[in-house]
Design a protein around this ligand. Structure first.
Ligand SMILES: *Cc1c(COP(=O)(O)O)cnc(C)c1O
Length: 412
């Protein structure tokens, strides 16, 4: 954990200050702690652990695999270092991390103010699941409308929730402004930074807690479902409370083998993010020149371009996602069909952050939890194709594939 005074401001430099975890036999990679239970040397230690007096961080030891696991803890520390947080831990999915983080802060009767353009699963959690199962309600607002956000806050509001870059509309949240409104209202500001690891560091702009679906860019190979939550040491510890901690009691536990694999991919995350963003920027600029209806925060024409420049870290660009509005869902499907089956440009799949390009039509897939009215209000057009730009093949080879497909379906 970063308890030295001189914590670097740069996430990659912070990651490099973490203690290197060697394997049990001196291996350059850490070992996997696969045990589900841990021994104590003296019988008297056990009650101390259960009373919360001896955790793994304060001279005590590990307890049980659903509680803290040392291998999972390493990945949690990496995410915390990347995001500039005091502590972090992992969950078996992004939604596991998000639900745990939120339930860690919210009680029955509490209220959330959230963006009206959220990942579909998060939207369903706040819109349907929480009111029905927990009596926690949410007001959905245009998150960059300061007046609307402030007006939606009540004395029950405990959390303001946004995605740093929204899915699939690619609007950038005004993090300093939202942090300010949250704190003035005695609420915590929670940010989902799945789309922009390294490019945006929400904690630099006032976020209290940051959540990730590591299923996407952080892992980068589309072979694991995983999530993380980072925040203060006290908050992360509270999520593992034996009585009221959602990570402990609801049990969205990350497998240590998964933690080990993802941990080994963190060192090249900066390189991957740069290449995703570089290619997305080049494609977006060329598409814009060809008068294709393209949305990318790296384009000067994007409504939040200046905001991203202000809060982002320029060497990582503007993220790996762009959208093309093909006009109708039929055109969108024709384009994706051609790109996958004729050109081999990428795959029709709902996820993102993979080394190959993934494409989906948001209105009929990842945002299908939303009603037609909610889709329209959020600006998710029926022909909107979300493209997560990969980095396999050469840039020019991929561009030619994209250009030919756009030509064939009549978009250029
Ligand atoms: C995928 C995603 C999630 C959910 O993560 P899972 O790992 O699928 O549970 C949450 N937020 C965003 C922005 C996502 O893209």
């Amino acid at each position: 954990m970063n308890n030295e005074k001189n914590i670097p401001a740069d996430p990659v430099e912070r990651l490099a200050t973490l203690r290197h975890e060697f394997g049990e036999h001196g291996g350059v990679n850490m070992s996997i702690e696969a045990s589900t239970t841990f021994t104590v040397m003296e019988a008297g230690t056990m009650p101390e652990i259960f009373q919360g007096r001896l955790g793994p961080d304060d001279g005590g030891c590990f307890l049980y695999g659903r509680h803290f696991n040392p291998t999972v803890y390493v990945l949690g520390r990496q995410l915390a270092a990347m995001e500039g947080a005091e502590a972090g831990y992992c969950a078996s999915s992004g939604l596991g991390a998000i639900s745990s983080a939120l339930l860690g802060m919210l009680d029955q009767g509490d209220h959330v103010v959230a963006s009206d353009t959220l990942y579909g699963g998060t939207y369903a959690m706040l819109k349907e699941f929480f009111p029905l199962k927990c009596g926690i309600t949410t007001s959905f607002v245009d998150i960059n409308d300061a007046d609307a956000v402030a007006a939606a806050c009540t004395d029950k509001t405990k959390v303001i929730y946004a995605e740093s870059v929204s899915n699939p509309t690619l609007r950038v949240a005004n993090l300093p402004m939202l942090a300010d409104i949250a704190h003035k209202n005695g609420a915590k500001f929670v940010v989902d930074n799945t789309f922009t690891p390294l490019a945006i560091t929400p904690m630099d702009h006032g976020a209290d807690v940051v959540v990730h679906s590591m299923t996407k860019f952080v892992n980068g190979a589309s072979d694991f479902i995983a999530g993380a939550v980072v925040g203060s040491g006290e908050f992360v510890g509270s999520l593992m409370d034996l009585h009221t901690g959602p990570l402990m009691i609801l049990g969205p536990t990350m497998d240590p083998q998964v933690a080990h694999s993802i941990s080994l991919r963190i060192p090249h995350l900066p390189l991957r993010m740069k290449e995703h963003a570089h290619r997305a920027q080049v494609f977006a600029e060329r598409l814009h020149e060809l008068k294709v209806d393209v949305t990318y925060p790296g384009l000067e024409s994007h409504p939040d371009h200046d905001l991203f420049c202000k809060i982002g870290r320029s060497e990582y660009g503007f993220g790996g996602l762009l959208t093309i509005d093909a006009g109708t869902s039929e055109k969108a499907e024709a384009l994706m069909d051609d790109l996958q089956n004729t050109e081999g440009f990428g795959f029709m799949a709902v996820s993102l952050g993979y080394f190959d390009t993934l494409m989906s039509c948001s209105a009929s897939s990842t945002s299908s939890e939303m009603s037609d009215e909610a889709l329209a209000a959020a600006g998710i057009a029926p022909g909107l194709v979300r493209i997560s730009i990969g980095f396999t093949g050469s840039l020019e080879q991929r561009w030619q594939q994209l250009e030919r497909a756009l030509n064939r379906v009549g978009l250029i």
